[in-house]
Design a protein around this ligand. Structure first.
Ligand SMILES: Cc1ncc(COP(=O)(O)O)c(C=O)c1O
Length: 435
């Protein structure tokens, strides 16, 4: 550990204090480690592929801040770009040249992105894109997929995967019946079920929103033809196809999942990796749809912190690093493949049913023998075995996602040392997990 200060307070005591002043002791539910039966880590430093807790314990980190750390934690190029921007003032609340340059860069590189609007979180991006789709079509009902998560906007908190599923709260109280009634939920990878949703709504569907590679029920790739089928149904019925690329954008390739899989949506969402750790997200797509957004059009959407100068600087530095190193996705693939293959082998040796699903640098070790193609499959996976595996790995200095339904993320900072240490830990940990 380099510079972090060590707090002598035990993590359990600190968490106990946190629960007195903060709901559940954390500021985002999955950080509580509830489903793996471990006290949450209190992290004081993150560098490269490692994080350190307040007692100075080092962990190989496969969470990657839930996606943003594509280039590893604390990249000096990004941190100094943020520092330089801060010297010019933290926030203007007015337009600024760098945001124009960043928008131009994104429009030039992301397929289908003709116009883009910056916001502060993925939640905002998803809510705003759906508002645009509803305004464009004059229709109310959207289709989402069970197990896909699009932030905590009311319309999306219906069978929303990961955080909500982990808590066993599929539908959040506080979401009105009317809002839930405007959301049809289909099975991922099941076009017949999508047809059922379309047929159920007389007035037509406003939008289909999907994670093109699902990351919030664990990593679940789209079946061949699934995304094309959505595109075809949306085009035929006048619905807007929205790709939520908050996780996949830049992670699955220079053009995200849309570029990698060759399907261009009408609107798409970006976030996480774009900001390299700073809060920024974006929505955009077809010019005629984005023309509806205020002040050019009537659909209202605004933000005090939108296009925050420090986040814009971080995103520019991130894109600079991506442009400098076009082979990075191939390297991520190699590292992720070695990790996934090694975990699968270790499980076979230990006679533990474990199936690693992976697309690029997104991966999940499902404690299951059968493939996971949808939330229906994911929900059948028994959680206790993963919880035991998680704790056994944590004790050996390897931090896995604290839920079976969250993806692990490989960064460019992960290499042979991290994979080797993880696989050594996995062989020992799996031997402790009941088959
Ligand atoms: C696919 C997807 N969409 C949207 C969001 C919401 O983003 P944020 O947490 O920035 O609001 C997330 C967050 O994990 C996500 O994974």
């Amino acid at each position: 550990m380099s510079t972090a200060r060590v707090d002598a307070t035990a993590p359990e005591a600190l968490f106990e204090r946190a629960t007195r002043v903060t709901p559940g002791g954390v500021h985002s539910p999955v950080r509580a480690f509830g489903s793996v039966g471990a006290p949450p880590l209190m992290i004081v430093e993150a560098k490269g592929a490692r994080v350190w807790d307040q007692d100075g314990r080092e962990y190989v980190d496969w969470i990657g801040a839930w996606g943003p750390a594509l280039l590893g934690h604390g990249r000096p190029e990004i941190a100094s770009a943020v520092g330089r921007a801060a010297e010019n003032g933290l926030l203007f609340g007015l337009a600024s040249p760098d945001e124009v340059r960043l928008a131009e860069r994104l429009v030039a590189r992301v397929p289908g992105l003709e116009q883009v609007r910056f916001v502060t979180s993925g939640t905002e991006a998803a809510m705003s894109a759906v508002r645009v789709a509803r305004a464009a079509t004059g229709r109310s009902v959207i289709v989402k997929f069970a197990g896909c998560y699009h932030g905590h906007g009311d319309s999306f908190l219906i069978r929303a995967g990961s955080g909500a599923a982990t808590l066993g709260v599929p539908d959040s109280p506080g979401v009105t019946a009317a809002t839930a009634g405007d959301t049809q939920v289909a099975r991922f990878n099941d076009l017949a079920d999508v047809d059922r949703c379309f047929a159920a709504v007389a007035g037509g569907i406003a939008a289909v929103i999907v994670e093109p590679v699902a990351g919030n029920m664990g990593c679940v790739p789209p079946a061949p033809g699934f995304l094309e089928g959505l595109q075809e149904r949306c085009a035929r019925s006048g619905a807007v196809l929205i790709f939520d690329e908050i996780i996949t954008g830049f992670r699955l390739g220079p053009e995200g999942a849309a570029g990698r899989l060759g399907v261009t949506p009408d609107l798409l969402l970006l976030g996480k990796a774009l900001g390299g750790g700073m809060p920024i997200a974006a929505y955009g797509g077809r010019r005629d749809l984005m023309a509806l957004v205020a002040p050019g059009g009537p659909v209202y959407q605004a933000g005090t912190y939108a296009a925050h100068p420090l986040s814009i600087a971080a995103a520019q530095a991130t894109l600079d690093l991506l442009d400098l190193d076009p082979s990075l996705w191939a390297r991520l693939e190699v590292t992720a493949d070695r990790l996934a293959g090694g975990l699968a082998e270790a499980a076979i040796e230990a006679h533990v049913p474990l199936r690693v699903q992976r697309v690029g640098s997104m991966w999940t070790a499902f404690m299951a023998a059968q493939p996971i193609r949808s939330w229906d499959d994911a929900a059948t996976v028994e959680p206790r075995r993963y919880a035991a595996f998680f704790r056994a790995m944590l004790g050996r200095g390897v931090l896995l996602p604290p839920s079976q339904f969250e993806c692990g993320f490989v960064s460019t900072a992960h290499g042979d040392p991290e994979v080797t240490r993880t696989l050594e830990a996995a062989r020992a940990a799996l031997a402790e997990v009941e088959a």
